[in-house]
Design a protein around this ligand. Structure first.
Ligand code: SF4
Length: 360
């Protein structure tokens, strides 16, 4: 079996869900790394990798979705809820620019007090003030769907409204594990998998960029992880528009689900194996990203397991509240990438943005 799968990968044939399951259960780390490198080489020079300096702006923590894996939100009316002002958003962007970064991701809760206009005005103001000096990922698909529902608009109209406000990116964030059963178990007020892909198709059809994401380390089975990869690969085949795939790990601290599961994170070794499997499986997504935010410096070992890109984040309250730590010693992190044999090059989404069609 191992040889059959190896031949498939070498001959650029697709592996099946059954092959992926076999690899997960039987392949050693060396074998997974080697197969992942075969696929990586189709898209990237062997020692090349890229990184971005960025921050997430968590514009509100008020949320009605009540996902059991979240330590970030407060319910409407509860103490501690906030909404950032435009001035606060600008201050965060200015600080990032001063540090040399040029990418911001907006991510917040499902806040029923904020109408679509709040978002469109905020994004238009950011675009007007900064132009092409920086780029921003406006929301995740999860927030996008909530806003469309809240405004009683279809996904196509909502995507166009954001585009008109200067938005160019809506990320695939909020996907966690894309199986209906996972959603029922952990975020039943959020959306179905079918709705997620319907929304993402509308975003791509509107000419906006999107991306694929995944989070592992909850209580999902390996079969559920593979289903997520299969659905992602299928979407890319049928619709396209996914420039990259980013997987990170669940931070369980201070979350209801984390307490239920004993507060234990999955190991970095398991994360790295999953990255390799993702690279092998997602043969139609050129950029596989490794998560410094949740794995710190060791995320860079993901380059050996098929990844080619990573963020250096300076803030993300959602994961920080659940136990993620931010390391601002960027030189040290980049030196670690070099010590593994890679030459990290800064990747500016703002400079890449000349086309709305992803070029990678
Ligand atoms: S993960 Fe996002 S959608 Fe779910 S409760 Fe937290 S803020 Fe709300």
């Amino acid at each position: 079996m191992s040889n059959e799968i190896r031949l498939k990968v070498q001959n650029k044939e697709r592996i099946t869900p059954g092959d992926a399951l076999w690899l997960w259960k039987n392949a050693g780390d060396d074998e997974l790394r080697e197969l992942a490198q075969i696929v990586r080489k189709r898209f990237h020079e062997p020692t090349a990798c890229t990184y971005m300096l960025m921050r997430i702006i968590n514009y509100t923590n008020v949320c009605v979705a009540q996902c059991d894996y979240c330590a970030f939100y407060t319910l409407p009316g509860e103490a501690g809820g906030y909404v950032l002002s435009e001035a606060q958003v600008f201050a965060k962007i200015d600080e990032l620019l001063e540090l040399g970064g040029d990418l911001v991701g907006f991510n917040g809760g499902f806040n029923p007090q904020l109408p679509l206009e709040y978002y469109c005005e905020m994004f238009a103001a950011v675009r007007a003030r900064y132009g092409d000096r920086m780029e921003f990922y406006a929301l995740t698909i999860a927030e996008f769907m909530y806003l469309a529902d809240h405004a009683k608009l279809d996904y196509a109209t909502t995507a166009q409204r954001f585009k008109d406000a200067g938005v160019r990116w809506i990320t695939g964030g909020g996907s966690e594990i894309l199986t209906e059963d996972f959603r029922r178990r952990h975020s039943k007020f959020k959306y179905t998998v079918a709705q997620y892909f319907e929304a993402q198709a509308a975003i791509v059809a509107a000419g906006l960029n999107s991306s694929a994401t995944m989070v592992i380390g909850f209580d999902e089975s390996i079969e559920e992880r593979i289903e997520h990869l299969e659905r992602t690969r299928h979407f890319q085949d049928e619709v396209g528009g996914l420039g990259s795939f980013l997987c990170w790990t669940f931070k369980p601290y201070f979350t209801p689900l984390g307490s239920q599961l004993g507060g234990i994170e999955i190991s970095t070794a398991e994360y790295l194996r999953h990255l390799a499997l993702s690279r092998i499986y997602l043969d139609n997504i050129p950029r596989i990203r490794t998560s410094v935010l949740t794995q710190n410096e060791r995320a860079l070992e993901g380059l050996l397991y098929g990844a080619d890109d990573f963020d250096l984040p300076i803030e993300d309250e959602v994961t920080q509240k659940a136990g993620a730590t931010i390391n601002l010693q960027f030189d040290k992190i980049l030196a670690f990438a070099r010590s593994l044999g890679y030459t990290p090059a800064y990747r500016s989404v703002a400079r890449e943005r000349s086309s709305l069609i992803p070029t990678y």
